[in-house]
Ligand binder design. Structure first.
Ligand code: ADP
Ligand code: ADP
Ligand code: ADP
Length: 205
């Protein structure tokens, strides 16, 4: 299977992807995780990406498309979730060209529907365990005793606002794009993680 998780930052895409990986054997391709790893390791990619990410802007399409091409080749035959990609129309068009080349068809695009106010609450309380990559929230899903968590650089208030602007201007047009392809599956992501997961399973099947 080939799934896309679409939705604003903080909608719960990563949280749900981690569960689908653990319980259903999917592999998650998170462009955000790949970029953060590159920044941490100070690779060429990381050096190029850092300033865009810190400003809440999108990393240029050609860089991202190159990363995805490589991952799709590496993961041939596996069930995958594209989490955080595509994020622009040019990225979606590039993906449409790439998929048949690696023997895939797109099964569905899951839209995590959640309003901006909720996104702001989720992102400002988000914390991550840098060792495992597991995602927590200071109120909704506090880390267990003894787990050291950090806040992402781009989960600060000013950057959150910019990321939401970028989502509405550059990524939201993908909703129409996939609706026209009859691929769009909308889930109510304001619900609890368990309820969102149930909706996800019912549309993925
Ligand atoms: P979130 O999970 O909060 O939606 P991500 O981890 O997906 O955020 O992305 C963090 C940052 O990485 C983005 O703000 C952007 O700078 C960069 N990024 C991730 N995926 C893409 C992409 N597909 N295209 C361009 N930039 C991306
Ligand atoms: P600003 O909000 O600074 O005026 P824009 O509205 O032009 O910038 O675009 C928002 C952000 O998205 C830009 O800062 C840029 O980094 C990024 N961006 C613009 N066009 C693209 C594109 N085609 N692909 C990826 N990222 C882009
Ligand atoms: P995304 O990958 O879409 O950016 P995350 O999965 O990282 O979103 O979730 C953003 C924040 O919201 C995290 O702190 C996470 O623990 C929390 N969160 C995720 N799903 C829910 C939910 N259904 N209800 C409340 N908080 C949630």
């Amino acid at each position: 299977k080939t799934l896309i998780f679409l939705g604003p930052p903080g909608a719960g895409k990563g949280t749900q992807a981690q569960r689908l990986v653990a319980e259903k054997g999917f592999v998650q391709i998170s462009t955000g995780d790949i970029l953060r790893e590159a920044v941490k390791n100070q690779t060429e990619l990381g050096k190029k990406a850092k300033e865009y990410m810190d400003a809440g802007k999108l990393v240029p399409d050609d860089i991202i498309i190159g990363i995805i091409k490589e991952k799709l080749q590496e993961l041939e035959g596996k069930d995958i979730i594209l989490d955080g990609f595509p994020r622009t129309i040019p990225q979606a068009e590039a993906l449409d060209k790439m998929l048949p080349q690696v023997g895939r068809t797109l099964d569905g695009v899951i839209l995590f529907d959640v309003p901006d106010e909720e996104v702001i609450k989720r992102l400002s309380g988000r914390r991550v365990d840098p060792k495992t990559g597991k995602v927590y929230h200071i109120i909704y899903n506090p880390p267990p005793e003894g787990v050291e968590v950090i806040q992402r650089d781009d989960d600060r208030e000013e950057v959150i606002k910019k990321r939401l602007e970028v989502y509405h201007s550059q990524t939201a047009p993908l909703i129409e794009y996939y609706r026209k392809q009859n691929k769009l599956l909308v889930i109510d992501a304001t619900k609890s993680p368990d309820e969102v997961y149930k909706q996800l399973l019912s549309v993925v099947k």
